[in-house]
Design a protein around this ligand. Sequence first.
Ligand code: CMC
Length: 432
Amino acid sequence: METTSTSLKAHVEVMGRIVELPLVVGTEQEVAIDGQQLRSETGAILLDPGFGNTGACMSKITFIDGERGILRYRGYPIEELASGAGFLEVASLLIHGELPNEAEFAAFEDEVRHHTMLHENYRRFFDALPMDAHPMPTCAAAIGALSTFYQGDLARDDVRTHVIRLIAKMPTIVAYSYKHSIGQPPVYPRNDLGYAANFLHMMFSTPCEPYRVDSVKARALERLLILHADHEQNCSTSTVRLVGSSNANLYASIAAGISALWGPLHGGANQEVIEMLTRIEAEGGDADAYVARARQRGDSTRLMGFGHRVYKNFDPRAVLLKHSCSELRDTMDVRSSRLLDIAFRLEEIALEDDYFIRRRLYPNVDFYSGILYLMLGIPVNLFTAMFALGRMPGWIAHWLEMKQDPSTRIGRPRQIYVGPTKRPYLPRPERS
Ligand code: CMC
């Protein structure tokens, strides 16, 4: 990956020795100290738990400015993509680097449409799992297992077909995992429908009753998926890159990313938000009391869907989703509507609360996405799998970028050892 050359240098003093390290400047003027020679020059490493100050790579995919609430995919503002583009168009942009023209889009969409089915033998994979299996481990295992159907192809170098398969089959896998959990037969994809509409069809049709896809709901889902599609070096994407850096295949890397996304501090937060709102409602709707608990020292309660490692003023995705919630309010069922009222109230209280103001905690993408999923009829335990469905093109784009970058090395952080120093082994009878 090319860097913007600069004559600027950083001078770092380590135990009396001053070394000069190059600075790297990105296209948006972000600055990094290139520390690749730090250890060989000084013997010291950089200790940065949580990687808050560590750039793991250079990337051309997504730009975020957390201070100014900016999110752009390949240079295009998220607001413009969310209002003008479809999900597959955004997927193509992320994966190929440019927005597709008519012919390129038609070819991409056609390929995706014709890879939506799962191998019939693979359907039995779902039967092996308990009915109440959480969809996230099901999806992680399913994506790992998918690779076993394409082992011959994996040995060859045709990564494009795998990319298309993952984008095309993920909705089928998520919908099958839902159908399995409610004891209904899986519904085959319909290739005459768009990406989101086909997903809703697989979720809500049954062999005895078709589901009429509501275009407003299909559009709302496309928008949600676009907002999930990428978010640069977040926990799951970094996992995909790290696993892929060992030359693990695309399916194995993405399966690991799905597992990382499952955590409640990452993608799992959208499920936690609805559970939190439901609890508040069940306890009488006292949003003030909940916020008071979330800011209490020693109480582990967090205001789920609030705070972000990068966004420190607002998360533009949350702003767009809040707007969608307000727009779709009339089509909401009573439960979603009541939870939305509580969410509005929580946000209002938290944004005026000194604790949240001082720590610069604002609603993140997960605060309003759950309410929209609820409105679409998506069950709560499937929310994080929906996030995974949307994030698929981002994971793929990063994996491809990492593979194509000649500077990629196996990801292998160092550590500072703080355990016991050397001591002799004593046979068991001699130990106190
Ligand atoms: N409620 C109450 N306090 C909070 C919250 C919250 N949601 N988030 C952070 N804090 C406090 C935290 O206790 C700490 O306070 P203090 O300085 O007194 O110890 C301070 O704010 C900094 O928090 P942190 O955990 O060190 O910040 P982080 O950058 O490591 O974590 C976060 C970011 C998103 C994990 C965190 O804000 C959080 O747990 N939020 C709730 C879970 C959530 O909504 N996750 C979804 C993230 S967005 C979707 C995605 O990209 O995955």
